[in-house]
Write a protein that binds this ligand. Structure first.
Ligand code: S3P
Length: 426
């Protein structure tokens, strides 16, 4: 248990930071490479515990995965998985459990997917329902993990997903890679499209346009994959630079896939000083450097199609809104209650304990700003890495020191977090 104290930053953040690998793309890179016959190489693979859970899970499915350098993996696969160990641990990772259920439903062996206390409370019906429509046989604990998956032949479906969820979409598409016929997913709003881009890069039979994507049974080609930096990790630096007086930083190697850049649009809407300096493409994904400076901000509304484009950033965006003049209303974000913690309640309570004026709504928040945060509180993170990182950034502007309990949860997605922040303190 690592409790961390954070004190007010008096001089601002200066310099530059290189953002480590994107969690969503890292997961997909090791999953899809495991399905491709031959040798794939993954550069800049995440050190986060969630992606390690995925890596270990595929080792247990008979895939040879070696770390050849600090952040490079070599994945050698026969293109066929086997139940070397049928009990598969997904740790804290919803992406691992939901995407792997799609991969495992159509195999010719049975498996059990289980996870930690937080993951065992999260809804899995959202993937069980479409998989059963395809012919999958799954026994769950009343719609939750553990999931007993009896490998069965699958048939393609057209699935109109009731929610904009990349995990649901990806689960169905991955099942579709191994199903007879055609599999289509239609979403109410477009969620992150890393699965589509990477499957395309690995030569799957896939077409996508707008909110609709279709796959057919495909063999994947092994590839060299470079993982872009994680915009969700960069969000903490973006918000810190905007709210800590005198800050001016450059954030390098940020994934700029348009299905993920909602935070940049919201910062612009709030009048924040943010600028994209350069852009490039790696393994089908856009990346770039951005510059962010301390800014006067105004409240705004965030809803509808914005939400899937910034879903994981909402805790730190709620903090940002406490430093904006006027009202910020966040709506249509009810799925936040189904994340690693109920992020509407945990974030509202956490920010209120620091002195913020936050109202909880069923589907989001109403935040009144600008409020000077008093701090002086002890905060729980409820097994939720994004709460730990949001509170750390809040501590930088609180009048009195704060204490974050069990800060080690940051290791789920961003083990380098504190070190990289320390480098920006002057
Ligand atoms: C993810 C999708 C999002 C996100 C999660 C990662 C992914 O979940 O919150 O952290 O990698 O596909 P939903 O798709 O369920 O919203």
């Amino acid at each position: 248990m690592v409790d961390v104290k954070v004190a007010k930053n008096k001089n601002g953040l200066k310099g530059s930071v290189v953002i480590p690998s994107d969690k969503s793309i890292s997961h997909r890179s090791v999953m899809f490479s495991s399905l491709a016959k031959g040798k794939s190489v993954i550069h800049n693979f995440s050190h986060g515990a969630d992606c390690i859970s995925t890596m270990n899970l595929f080792k247990n499915l008979g895939v040879e995965i070696t770390r050849t350098e600090d952040k490079t993996l070599e994945v050698v696969s026969s293109g066929r998985l086997s139940a070397k160990t049928p009990d598969l641990n997904c740790g804290n990772s919803g992406t691992t459990m939901r995407l792997c259920s799609g991969i495992l439903a159509g195999q010719d062996f049975d498996t059990i997917l289980f996870g930690d206390e937080s993951l065992s409370k999260r809804p899995m019906k959202r993937v069980i329902t479409p998989l059963e429509m395809m012919g999958a046989k799954i026994i769950s604990n009343d719609g939750k993990a553990p999931l007993k998956i009896f490998g069965s032949p699958l048939t393609g479906i057209k699935y109109e997903s009731p929610i904009a969820s990349a995990q649901v979409k990806s689960c169905v598409l991955l099942a579709g890679l191994n199903a007879e016929g055609v599999t289509t997913v239609v979403e109410p709003y477009l969620s992150r499209n890393h699965t589509e881009l990477l499957l395309d890069y690995m030569r799957a039979d896939i077409v996508y346009s707008g909110n609709e994507v279709t796959v057919k049974k495909s063999e994947l080609e092994p590839k060299v994959i470079d993982v872009a930096g994680d915009i969700s990790s960069s969000a903490y630096f973006i918000v810190a630079a905007l709210i800590v007086p005198n800050s001016d930083i450059v954030i390098k190697n940020v994934g700029l896939n348009p299905t993920r850049t909602g935070i940049i649009d919201v910062v612009k809407r709030m009048g924040g000083n943010i600028e994209i300096l350069s852009q490039d493409k790696v393994s089908g994904e856009q990346v770039g450097d951005i510059r962010v400076k301390y800014s006067d901000l105004k409240g705004c509304s965030i809803s509808g199609a914005d939400i899937p484009r910034l879903i994981d950033e909402l805790p730190v965006i709620a903090l940002l809104a406490t430093q904006a003049e006027g009202e910020t209303v966040i709506s249509d974000a009810q799925d936040l209650r189904k994340k690693e913690s109920d992020r509407i309640t945990t974030v509202a309570n956490g920010l209120k304990s620091l002195g913020a004026d936050v109202e909880e709504k069923e589907d989001g928040f109403i935040i009144h700003g600008k409020t000077d945060l008093t701090g002086g509180a002890e905060l729980e993170v409820f097994h939720d890495h994004r709460l730990a990182m949001t509170y750390y950034v809040a501590g930088l502007i609180c009048e009195n020191e704060i204490l974050i309990k069990e800060f080690e949860w940051v290791n789920i997605s961003f083990p380098e977090f504190e070190k990289l922040f320390n480098n920006l303190f002057v």
